[in-house]
Write a protein that binds this ligand. Structure first.
Ligand code: NAD
Length: 368
């Protein structure tokens, strides 16, 4: 049987630096765990624009559709700020998400004990936190029609439309329930059914999917504004939070900051199952290309490395390998090994991007 395939798109700025560390980890799993991948690499974002005049070449798009998973670094940078909107680096990323139809965005908010002091919340509120936000990514207010700025009665009117079909709600609800079954078996669905019809439909469809196929998972509903309050009051009450595109944008950023640095936050975007049963998938750190620190070998590679751990778990059914990698990152932090972004909280010694990658590999080696 052939190895599972992985397309690596490092992108721009620190995307290339952090991905270099992920490549070492991928090699480690191949050498030491006999977990081998057919890895190919290509350009996205500004790097693709420089080479081809487009932020995503059609050939790269075609490759992304064929592989088992895509791993992306980050795109963008000041060099590209004045480009036309249609060829900006971010358009490459949006095209990948859209054409692969990645409708479920998974953002874990996990607080490693060693970083609990880093949160803006009290340590006992976040210590041991492990929640997952499932955000609908391809519909809702950011895509609904009509949209635009129009003139009515001699003044301008800005319009966006919150629109969801039953099937769009159903498929993302299924993703959340499936995920919950592998975790704490609880889903809290968030909308504004008190003031929005789309919220009423959301609640109805989630309840129907639950009753039909996932009655063994604990389901609760919460208005999204209360959800925001509960996330900062008592975040550990949640396991999986299911929500729409707009509320998910806000709630996932809020949850992310419970845990500290952008350099620690992975994400996954999943679509429908392919013929081999694996979902279409792209894994990427939440952070951008960080032009302020690029080229200085000081970016934290953990978010990108933890994104690869998510790929191991959700695309390749390698939950044990994923846990091994996550534990290695946790142990490195527990030893006080930190990149510069994790410094101010407890004044540990800052290491470089490559030293952080090597420390994680040392930890993996120590545990095999
Ligand atoms: P950013 O995430 O790149 O950086 C925000 C701050 O966090 C910076 O101070 C940066 O140094 C720091 N930071 C981010 N990742 C880090 C890491 N791994 N280690 C250490 N520090 C880290 O966001 P920005 O500055 O708003 O955007 C910069 C560029 O990235 C822009 O062109 C933006 O459009 C693009 N961007 C891309 C993505 C993506 O590719 N998914 C996401 C956000 C922003």
């Amino acid at each position: 049987m052939s190895n599972p395939s992985l397309l690596i798109l490092p992108g721009d700025g620190i995307g290339q630096e952090v991905m270099a560390e992920v490549k070492k980890i991928i090699d480690w799993f191949g050498d030491k765990q006999d977990l081998k991948f057919d890895v190919s690499e290509d350009l996205v974002g500004g790097a693709a624009y420089d080479a081809h005049g487009t932020p995503l070449h059609d050939d790269t798009m075609a490759k992304a559709q064929e592989v088992d998973a895509v791993l992306l670094g980050a795109v963008g940078g000041p060099k590209y700020d004045d480009l036309d909107f249609s060829v900006k680096p971010e358009r490459g990323l949006l095209r990948l998400r859209k054409e692969m139809d990645l409708f479920a965005n998974l953002r874990p908010a996990q607080c490693f004990d060693a970083l609990a002091d880093f949160s803006s919340l009290k340590k006992d509120i976040v210590s041991g936190l492990d929640i997952m936000i499932v955000r609908e990514l391809t519909s809702g207010s950011y895509f609904g029609e009509p949209r635009g700025i129009f003139t009515e009665n001699n003044e301008r009117v800005g319009i966006n439309t919150q629109r969801y079909t039953e099937s769009e709600i159903e498929r993302v609800a299924r993703s959340a329930f499936e995920l919950a079954k592998r975790r704490g078996n609880k889903v809290c669905s968030m909308e504004k059914a008190n003031v929005m019809e789309s919220g009423i439909l959301w609640r109805d469809v989630v309840t129907e999917v639950h009753q039909a196929d996932y009655a063994d998972v604990e389901l609760s509903h919460m208005y999204a504004d209360n959800g925001a309050m509960q996330l900062v009051r008592a975040p550990k009450q949640f396991d999986v939070i299911l929500t729409d595109n707009l509320f998910g944008d806000l709630l996932s950023d809020c949850a992310a900051m419970l845990t500290g640095s952008l350099g620690m936050l992975p994400s996954a975007s999943l679509g429908a199952p392919m013929e081999n049963g694996r979902p279409k998938a792209m894994y990427e750190p939440v952070h951008g290309s960080a032009p302020d620190i690029m080229g200085q070998n000081k970016a934290n590679p953990s978010a990108c490395i933890l994104s690869f751990a998510m790929a191991l778990r959700y695309s390749f059914d390698q939950g044990d390998a994923a846990t091994m990698l996550e534990k290695a990152v946790e142990s490195v932090l527990a030893k006080g090994i930190r990149t510069a972004d994790l410094m101010q909280a407890d004044g540990g010694k800052a290491v470089s991007t490559s030293e952080m990658g090597d420390a994680i590999i040392n930890e993996l080696n120590a545990n095999v």
